[in-house]
Design a protein around this ligand. Structure first.
Ligand code: AMP
Length: 135
C-alpha cells in the first residue's frame, strides 16, 4: 500500500474535467484519501517545485501553477506512485500513450493536466506539504 500526491492543474480545472480525472483514479483502484480545491500561492508553488529551481522553466512553471484553481488529492493503493504515473502518461501530452490523462486532457508540456509524485520518497514529502493532517 502506498500513497501519492496528485494535482489537477489549472488547464484541466478550466476544462471542467475534475470529475473525469478523479474517476480515472478510482476506476484504476486508487482510493481518494484527501482532496481539496485551492489556489496555490506563489510561495507555495516555489517551495513545492524547489527541486526544479535551477531549471529554465522554473519561473514559468510556478506562474502557471498559480494562474488558476488546482485540485490536490492524496491517492492510496497498491503501487500508487507508479500506477498514478501510468494513468497520467508522459510529461509531454504529445508523447503520452493513448488513453492516458495527459493524452486526453493535456495541451502542452506546461499545461499537461496533472502532476503526480515521481517517487515514494517525494510522495511522502508532497502529501505532507498539502495534507499535514494525513501524515
Ligand atoms: P514534475 O511534475 O515534478 O515532473 O514537474 C515538472 C513539471 O514541469 C512538468 O509536469 C511540466 O508541466 C513542467 N515542465 C517540464 N519541462 C518543461 C518545459 N521544458 N517547459 C515548461 N514546463 C515544463
Amino acid at each position: 500500500m502506498e500513497r501519492t500526491l496528485s494535482i489537477i492543474k489549472p488547464d484541466a480545472t478550466a476544462k471542467n474535467v475534475i470529475g473525469q480525472i478523479l474517476s480515472r483514479f478510482e476506476s484504476a483502484g486508487l482510493a481518494i484519501k484527501g482532496v481539496r480545491m485551492m489556489n496555490m500561492t506563489s510561495a507555495q508553488a516555489k517551495e513545492f517545485y524547489a527541486v526544479h529551481k535551477e531549471r529554465p522553466f522554473y519561473g514559468e512553471l510556478c506562474d502557471y501553477m498559480t494562474s488558476g484553481p488546482v485540485v490536490v488529492s492524496v491517492l492510496e493503493g497498491t503501487d500508487a506512485v507508479a500506477l498514478n504515473r501510468k494513468l497520467m502518461g508522459a510529461t509531454n501530452p504529445k508523447d503520452a500513450d493513448k488513453g492516458t490523462i495527459r493524452a486526453d486532457f493535456g495541451d502542452s508540456i506546461g499545461a499537461n493536466a496533472v502532476h503526480g509524485s515521481d517517487s515514494l520518497e517525494n510522495a511522502k514529502n508532497e502529501v505532507k506539504f498539502f495534507f499535514p493532517e494525513l501524515d
